[in-house]
Design a protein around this ligand. Structure first.
Ligand code: PLP
Length: 456
């Protein structure tokens, strides 16, 4: 158990947490024993906690603070919009300038032929919208039996009932009878964990072929859409083998089903392109967005929709769907300013040509560490596998909780790195510079050493 803080202010906040707060994705029993870490401020790629520690945020918050912390322009944009029009809704044939201008700005960046945006308040709501929209689309097209959406095991598409069902995380499914009916899953393209003796390319083809088997099992006439992230993030940064997406594309082209790319993490520059779909040459019909849309400064999400889908929706009368905060004017103003910063400062281009190649080069050097079985990554997102035996890929027993211990060493040594089982992952702000990348790698290396001496 962690020592109680000697700082009375920290202890006071921790008491408030214990007495009044139910936080997300937290083991409540453990929390009540230890109390949460309190983050009080941030600037650039660094956080400060209530103990005064400076911590490099290797996760950009929750994969979202793409332009880094402390951008005054975003605070100004929010304040300006709050004074002008703090709230109005987009229901019942009304609109306001920030939402309309933002929809245009997103359409300019999206893959060709995706010119419309339905706004939501979060990524989960975006994926709920995908589910409702694809079913509505097929009903309008006169094929109401096409209802099933196929997702992937270990995917994360959010925490609402639909989001958690579309995702394939056993933990989420285990609480509250999920998934809901009408959602099916196929395997993820996770070669290191599930590829066995196959080489990565053959494995990539095999898991992609599961999509075809699933469509045939269910009957094409019952399948509405396939949903997937270009790079599966929360599942452990699952970078697919090169054969995976071309095979999926081939299958999607063969059958009459829609493709929804969940770009909540990959969107807005994470892969070095504006969208992960552009990085992999995918052709989505719908794209869920959130996180990097506002760099996390205010909540906002949306679904970007292909023209052909919009043409069908236009025939369908009223779409009975929407949120009080769909296209919230303050969020839209912040998103517009965030996109302006990303564009005018050439942040996405710099990720692609300079900082991501450097990060990936330095990250790969960690593969030499005795505890590391594989490193992988794309753009500004990367993972490494902690293993007992790097040659046989043998894992540590789960009860040793090696990933969690490594994560704790990281936090105690000034680095946020996330643990998914024994997979350590990073997704730093896109503005991280080479000196800060060196800091990240040095800290990661030190924490691997500390973990190794604790577990080997
Ligand atoms: N989709 C993906 C790929 C995500 O990573 C997340 C959140 O991490 C979501 C959807 C859900 O987004 P939100 O937490 O904004 O509801």
């Amino acid at each position: 158990m962690k020592k109680a803080s000697s700082n009375p202010q920290t202890r006071q906040w921790q008491d408030l947490g214990r007495d009044h707060h139910l936080p997300p994705f937290t083991d409540y029993k453990q929390l009540n024993e230890k109390g949460p870490r309190i983050i009080t401020r941030a600037s650039g790629v660094h956080l400060w906690d209530s103990e005064g520690n400076r911590i490099l945020d290797g996760m950009a918050g929750l994969w979202c603070v793409n332009v880094g912390y402390g951008r005054e322009e975003l605070a100004e944009a929010a304040a300006r919009q709050m004074r002008e029009l703090p709230y109005y809704n987009l229901f019942f044939q009304t609109a306001h300038p920030p939402a309309l201008e933002l929809a245009k700005a997103i359409a300019e960046l999206a893959p060709e032929g995706m010119n419309h945006v339905f706004f939501t308040g979060s990524g989960s709501e975006a994926n709920d919208t995908v589910l409702r929209m694809v079913r509505h689309y097929w009903a309008v097209k006169g094929k109401p039996s096409k209802k099933v959406v196929i997702g992937r095991w270990n995917a994360y598409h959010g925490s609402t009932v639909a989001g958690a069902s579309l995702g394939g995380m056993k933990g989420l499914h285990g609480q509250g009878d999920l998934p809901i009916p009408g959602i099916e899953h196929i395997d993820q393209p996770y070669w290191f964990g599930e590829g066995g003796d196959l080489d990565p390319d053959e494995f990539g083809t095999r898991v992609a072929e599961q999509l075809e088997s699933k469509i045939l099992d269910l009957g094409e006439e019952n399948v509405a859409a396939f949903i997937a992230e270009p790079v599966q993030g929360a599942g452990g940064v699952i970078v697919p083998p090169e054969t995976y997406w071309p095979k999926i594309r081939e299958i999607l082209d063969k059958y009459d089903i829609l493709f929804a790319a969940d770009e909540v993490i990959c969107g807005f520059g994470r892969t070095g392109e504006w969208f992960g779909s552009q990085h992999y040459g995918l052709k989505p019909d719908l794209m869920s967005i959130a996180k990097g849309l506002t760099s996390g400064y205010v909540p906002m999400g949306g679904v970007v929709v292909r023209d052909e889908v919009v043409e069908v929706l236009n025939q369908g009368g009223e779409f009975y769907h929407g949120f009080t905060y769909s296209g919230h004017p303050v969020a839209a103003a912040v998103a517009l300013e965030n996109i302006r910063i990303l564009r005018e400062e050439g942040i996405v281009e710099r990720v692609k040509s300079e900082t991501a190649p450097y990060l990936q080069h330095r990250w790969r050097q960690l593969a030499e560490h005795p505890l590391v079985g594989e490193t992988r990554g794309v753009g500004m997102v990367a993972a490494l596998e902690l293993v007992k035996n790097k040659h046989s890929r043998e894992r540590f027993p789960a009860e040793q909780a090696v990933g969690m211990r490594c994560r704790e060493f990281c936090f105690d040594n000034g680095l946020v790195m996330r643990a998914v089982g024994d997979t350590m992952i990073i997704a730093p702000p896109l503005v991280i510079d080479p000196v800060e990348i060196d800091e990240l790698i040095a800290k990661a290396h030190k924490c691997l050493d500390l973990t190794a001496s604790a577990v080997l």
